[in-house]
Design a protein around this ligand. Structure first.
Ligand code: PGA
Length: 258
């Protein structure tokens, strides 16, 4: 079985213009030493409009580039949408699908998230599929079945051979941007559940290689505890990814773990 390399991903969300994106990307490049990149994959996901500019800055640095969303369609009359092949041509190797903000504000259902994942994988993009329960679902103690359903539907029709390009991000909705993070134990338990759900579909070999990362108020202060917990292979970071020092500190923390 292949070793799972840790992944630290920054989701800039709808922040920063092109100039500010260039500035932050340049700072991250400057501060991310080769010792970090030897051990850890570091990924930046800026807004669409900054992708070409950030792509130039990241060229030959070893830092990876991704988008925050894509269309489930190939091309054609879909005003305002961005396709997988456009992302590819702009230098993206990764894309995030099914972020809870997409689910909540843009009504993306599990089948929509699945269609987007199928589309991005077909075009060779590594695909971060986000899952996670709301506060109410945790209170109602139905969160495990919610997560299983999200994972199962998102992975529907994904060929086993494409699973090496899938990353699952567990992001409890109640922990995103709130300053409340899941405890390492809470997160680990869900990561194991996701692992087992993938194992039921694809078997031990493939699920054992699947990266499962955590997101939700990860910052420089809590990164060590979260990243060292069982079956946590990295982090998807919102707020703290907008500060070069914090983001690089978290990447460095990941790189120092076994
Ligand atoms: P946060 O966002 O780190 O600001 O909580 C995480 C995410 O939404 O990916």
């Amino acid at each position: 079985m292949k070793m799972r390399r840790k992944l630290i991903a920054g989701n800039w969300k709808m922040n920063l213009g092109i100039k500010e994106s260039e500035k932050l990307a340049s700072e991250i490049v400057k501060k991310t030493g080769s010792n970090i990149l030897k051990k850890t994959d570091v990924l930046i996901c800026p807004p669409f409009i900054s992708i070409p500019a950030v792509s130039k800055i990241l060229k030959n640095t070893g830092i990876l580039l991704g988008a925050q969303n894509l269309s489930s369609e190939n091309d054609g009359a879909y005003t305002g949408e961005i396709s997988a092949s456009m992302l590819h041509s702009a230098g993206c190797g990764y894309v995030i699908v099914g972020h809870s903000e997409r689910r909540k504000y843009f009504h993306e259902t599990n089948p929509v998230v699945n269609a987007k994942a199928v589309q991005s994988l077909k075009h060779g993009l590594k695909t971060i599929i986000c899952v996670g329960e709301t506060f109410q679902e945790r209170e109602d103690e139905i969160f495990e079945s919610i997560i299983i359903e999200q994972v199962r539907t998102a992975l529907n029709d994904i060929p086993a051979g494409k699973m090496k390009d899938v990353i699952i991000a567990y992001e409890p909705v109640w922990a995103i941007g709130t300053g409340l993070n899941a405890t390492p134990e809470q997160a680990s338990a869900i990561h194991l559940l996701i692992n087992n759900t993938a194992e039921e579909i694809f078997g031990k070999e493939i699920s054992g290689e699947l990266l499962i990362i955590y997101g939700g108020s990860v910052n420089a202060g809590n990164a060590y505890d979260i990243l060292s917990a069982e079956r946590i292979d990295g982090a998807l970071i919102g707020g703290a990814s907008l500060k070069a020092d914090d983001f690089v500190f978290i990447s460095d923390t990941a790189s120092k773990l076994k």
